[in-house]
Design a binder for this molecule. Structure first.
Ligand code: HDE
Length: 730
C-alpha cells in the first residue's frame, strides 16, 4: 500500500487507498498560498470592510465582505434526524477467502483485492454537539467503495431493533428525542415520552435489554461489535440465494465503561469516543474488525422459533455460527470533518450484485428513507457527486441537472433508447456485472398487517438477560431503575414493570423495589397497544414462549478478548521527587505492550525526579480525570509520595478509579498514597514481590513482577466483582 507523509503535525504517515487517492484532487491546502475570493481574485485587505470614510458606514459595494459573510451565513446544513453525532475514518477491507460459492459480490470473491472503506460511528438520539457517552445505541455505518459500485452496510452496535415495522420509526424517534415543548433531555432516553411509547410496544422488549445493558456504553468505538441487524441475502453467480446476517467483531474485544463513569466523562470530555478514534489512528494503532456472516440456506427459512424477517430477533451464534470472512482496518483520519464525516451519505439500498434484500418490513422502509433524507440534508439530488460519496468506478446514466450539479455531461442525449449516440450509456448483462434483483416468488394479497410469527416479544429478551454475567445483570437493573426513575408519570413506570416481569421476575422485582412500586398485573394479551383501529386485540397479543435456548455466551461481554492492553490508557501519578527509574520502567514496559501512558502531576510544566531529571507531565490533576483512563500506577519517591498523599485530587483520582473497578498498582514506596484512599486494605505483615490487596489493586516491591501482574490486570479491563455486595455501584 502506498503511503504519503501527512502534513499533519506529529502525524504518522497516512495510509492511502484508491478512494483517498481520488479524493486528492478535491483537497485544497492553503500552505504557502495566497488569499483569494471564491472567484480567484487576490485579496489585499482581509481586516477591514469598505467604508465611506474611516468612521463611515460600510458600503454595499463591498463584494468581498458580502461574499465572506454570505458564505458564513450558509455554512450550516440540517443535522441528521437520527445519528447526528458521529465520527468517521477511512480504511480498507480484505476478504480472507473467495466467497463465490455464496455471493457474486466481487469484493468478497478476491482475497487479493483491497476495498477502500469509510466508516462512520454515531450515537442515535443526541444532536451533533451532544456527548459521546450517552446511554444509546451506536451507529456503525460502513461504505465499501467496491469495483462494482458502493456497498453500504448501515448497521448498529446491537443486533436487533426496537420496532418491527418502518411505519413506527418516526414514532419511536419522536418519543426518544427531547420532548417537543421544552426540548429536554438532550441525548437521553430517560424521560417520559420514550418509556410511554416503549411500555406500549412490547416488541421493543428485546432491544430495550440491549439498550439498558453495558453495550450502550462502549469504552471506545474501536471496542464495539457491529451488526447489519436485518437478514439480507447473498446471491451467487448461479442465482442461488442464502440468507445472511452481517457482524463486525472487533479485534480489541468488546468493552464498556460504567454508567457513573459515562456521566462524568460527558462533562470531562464529551468528545471521548471521537478523540479516542482520532488519537488511535494518528498514533498508528489502527482499529480492526473481522467481518462475520451467519449463513442460513433458503430451505431453512422456517426452521427457527422466530421469523428471520423480524428485526427484533437475532440468530443465536450457537444455532448458526459466525463465519469470519474478512478484515477491516481503519488507518486514516479524514482531512475535513464537514466535507467527509458530515457529508457522507449512507443508504442501506446501496448494494452490489451478490447482495440483496429480504422482506423485513423495517429494512423495506429504510430502503425508502435514506435517499429521501439526503435530499433535504444535503440539499438536492446531486449529493452522490460530493467527493466522499462518489464511487471509485465511473458513473454514467441519463440523470441530469438539479442543484449543484458538478458533472459536465457531454453530448446531445440524456435519454434512452437513443439512436443518436449509439444508445449509450449501455445497460449491462447480468453475466457482465449488471445488477438484477433476486427473483423471489411473491404470491400475496395487499394487506396492512403483521405476521403472527412476529409476536413472540419476550423469549429473546429473556435469552439476552439470562446470558449476562452477574455484574452485567446488575447493570441492567441499575439502568432500568435510573431511566424509569427519571420518568415522572407513575403509570408509565408501572406499565414498564408489567413488561419487565414478562422477561424475568427477579429483574422486574429489583427494578420495582428501586422505584418503590408494586408490579401491576397486566395480562400478557393486554400489553401490546400497537394495534390498528379495527384490529382485534387478540390478533395483536404478545406471546411469551419459553424458547429452547437457555443461554448464549456470545451475548455477554464477560467472555470477550482480554489478552492484551493495546491502546489502553494508563495514568501515572507523579510529583517532584518521583523515583524516575520506577516511573520510566513501568511506563516503558506498558508502552512496549501497546498501552498509552500519561504522566499526571499536580501542575503542568516540569517535575524533577529524585535523580534530578526533568520529566514533562502530560496533564495536571486539573485537566485530567480518572474516568479518562483505564488504569493507574503510582511510582515511588519519598517527596512525590508525600505530595500525592496530601493532594486531594490524587487521592480522589485513585478512589474514583477504584469505584469504576479499574486496575490500580503502586510501587511499595507509594503505599502511603494508597493508604489515604477509602479502599485500602491493610497489608499482610509478610508480603511478597507483588501483593494483590484487593481485586485489581496491587502493590509491589519488584518492578518487573509488579508490571507483569499489572499488565494482566489492565487486560482484564474491569473488576466488576468489586461492586459486590453492591456496596459500591460503578
Ligand atoms: Fe437508520 N436512518 N433508520 N437505522 N441509520 C438514518 O439516514 C431509518 C435503522 C442507521 O452515519 C438516516 O443519512 C429508518 C436501523 C445508521 O450517516 C435516516 C429506519 C439501523 C445511521 C434513517 C431506520 C439503522 C442511520 C438519518 C426504520 C441499524 C447513520 C440520516 C425503518 C441496522 C448513518 C441519514 C451515518 C441514519 C432512517 C432504522 C442504522 C433518516 C426510517 C434498524 C448507522 O434515513
Amino acid at each position: 500500500m502506498a503511503k504519503k507523509t501527512s502534513d499533519k503535525k506529529n502525524a504518522l504517515p497516512q495510509q492511502e487507498n484508491d478512494k483517498t487517492k481520488k479524493l486528492e484532487s478535491f483537497i485544497a491546502d492553503a500552505s504557502g498560498e495566497l488569499m483569494t475570493t471564491n472567484h480567484g481574485l487576490k485579496i489585499n485587505d482581509d481586516q477591514n470592510s469598505l467604508k465611506a470614510g474611516e468612521r463611515g458606514a460600510t458600503l454595499l459595494e463591498d463584494f468581498i465582505l458580502r461574499e465572506k459573510i454570505t458564505h458564513f451565513d450558509h455554512e450550516r446544513i440540517p443535522e441528521r434526524i437520527v445519528h447526528a453525532r458521529g465520527s468517521a475514518a477511512h480504511g480498507v477491507f480484505k476478504v480472507y477467502e473467495d466467497m463465490s460459492e455464496l455471493t457474486r459480490a466481487a469484493f468478497l470473491c478476491d482475497p487479493g483485492a483491497e476495498t477502500p472503506v469509510f466508516v462512520r460511528f454515531s450515537t442515535v438520539a443526541g444532536s451533533r454537539g451532544s456527548s459521546d457517552l450517552a446511554r444509546d445505541v451506536r451507529g456503525f455505518a460502513v461504505k465499501f467503495y467496491t469495483q462494482e459500485g458502493n456497498f453500504d452496510l448501515v448497521g448498529n452496535n446491537m443486533p436487533v431493533f426496537f420496532i418491527q415495522d418502518a411505519l413506527k420509526f418516526p414514532d419511536l424517534i419522536h418519543a426518544v428525542k427531547p420532548e417537543p415543548d421544552n426540548e429536554m433531555p438532550q441525548a437521553a432516553s430517560a424521560h417520559d415520552t420514550f418509556w410511554d411509547f416503549i411500555s406500549q410496544m412490547p416488541e421493543s422488549a428485546h432491544m430495550v435489554m440491549w439498550a439498558m445493558s453495558d453495550r450502550a456504553l462502549p469504552r471506545s468505538y474501536r471496542m464495539m461489535e457491529g451488526f447489519g441487524v436485518h437478514t439480507f441475502r447473498f446471491v451467487n453467480a448461479k442465482g442461488e440465494a442464502n440468507f445472511v446476517k452481517f457482524h463486525w467483531k472487533p479485534l480489541l474485544g468488546v468493552h464498556a465503561v460504567a454508567w457513573d463513569e459515562a456521566q462524568t466523562i460527558s462533562g470531562k470530555d464529551p468528545d471521548f469516543h471521537r478523540r479516542d478514534l482520532w488519537d488511535a489512528i494518528e498514533a498508528g494503532a489502527f482499529p480492526e474488525w473481522e467481518l462475520g456472516v451467519q449463513v442460513v440456506p433458503e430451505a431453512d427459512e422456517f426452521k427457527f422459533e422466530f421469523d428471520l424477517l423480524d428485526p427484533t430477533k437475532l440468530i443465536p451464534e450457537e444455532l448458526v455460527p459466525v463465519q469470519r470472512i474478512g478484515k477491516m482496518t481503519l488507518n486514516r483520519n479524514p482531512d475535513n470533518f464537514f466535507a467527509e464525516t458530515e457529508q457522507v451519505a449512507f443508504h442501506v439500498g446501496h448494494v452490489v450484485p451478490g447482495i440483496d434484500f429480504t422482506n423485513d418490513p423495517l429494512l423495506q422502509g429504510r430502503l425508502f428513507s435514506y435517499t429521501d433524507t439526503q435530499l433535504i440534508r444535503l440539499g438536492g439530488p446531486n449529493f452522490h457527486e460530493i467527493p466522499i460519496n462518489r464511487p471509485v468506478v465511473p458513473v454514467h446514466n441519463n440523470q441530469r441537472d438539479g442543484y449543484m450539479r458538478q458533472t459536465i455531461n457531454r453530448g446531445k442525449t440524456s435519454y434512452g433508447p437513443n439512436a443518436i449516440a449509439n444508445n449509450d450509456p449501455q445497460q449491462v448483462k447480468a453475466a457482465d456485472g449488471g445488477f438484477t434483483s433476486y427473483n423471489e416468488r411473491i404470491d400475496a394479497r395487499k394487506i396492512r398487517a403483521r405476521s403472527r410469527s412476529f409476536f413472540d416479544h419476550f423469549s429473546q429478551a429473556r435469552l439476552f438477560f439470562n446470558s449476562q454475567s452477574e455484574a452485567e445483570k446488575n447493570h441492567i437493573v441499575d439502568a432500568l431503575s435510573f431511566e424509569l426513575g427519571k420518568v415522572k408519570a407513575v403509570e408509565i413506570r408501572e406499565r414498564m414493570l408489567a413488561v419487565l416481569v414478562q422477561i424475568d421476575k427477579k429483574l422486574a422485582a429489583e427494578v420495582a423495589f428501586a422505584l418503590g412500586l408494586h408490579i401491576p398485573k397486566i395480562p400478557l394479551e393486554d400489553l401490546n397497544n400497537s394495534i390498528p383501529a379495527d384490529g382485534d386485540r387478540a390478533d395483536y397479543a404478545s406471546s411469551n414462549p419459553e424458547g429452547s435456548l437457555a443461554k448464549s455466551e456470545a451475548l455477554s461481554m464477560a467472555g470477550t478478548i482480554k489478552d492484551n492492553i493495546k491502546t489502553r490508557k494508563v495514568a501515572i501519578l507523579a510529583a517532584d521527587g518521583v523515583d524516575g527509574a520506577s516511573l520510566s520502567k513501568v511506563k516503558d514496559t506498558l508502552i512496549a505492550e501497546g498501552a498509552v501512558v500519561h504522566i499526571i502531576a499536580p501542575k503542568l510544566g516540569q517535575i524533577i525526579s529524585k535523580e534530578d531529571q526533568q520529566i514533562t507531565p502530560d496533564e495536571s490533576f486539573l485537566t485530567a480525570a480518572s474516568v479518562l483512563y483505564d488504569a493507574v500506577y503510582v511510582p515511588g519517591g519519598g517527596n512525590s509520595v508525600a505530595t500525592l498523599e496530601a493532594e486531594a485530587n490524587a487521592v480522589h483520582f485513585l478512589n474514583e478509579a477504584f469505584k469504576h473497578c479499574k486496575a490500580i498498582a503502586a510501587d511499595e514506596e507509594a503505599l502511603q498514597v494508597l493508604e489515604s484512599t477509602y479502599f485500602f486494605k491493610k497489608l499482610p505483615a509478610e508480603y511478597s514481590e507483588e501483593t494483590v490487596l484487593r481485586e485489581g489493586v496491587m502493590v509491589g516491591k519488584d518492578l518487573k513482577t509488579l508490571t507483569a501482574t499489572f499488565i494482566r490486570m489492565i487486560a482484564q479491563h474491569r473488576f466488576w466483582d468489586r461492586e459486590n455486595p453492591r456496596k459500591i455501584p460503578a
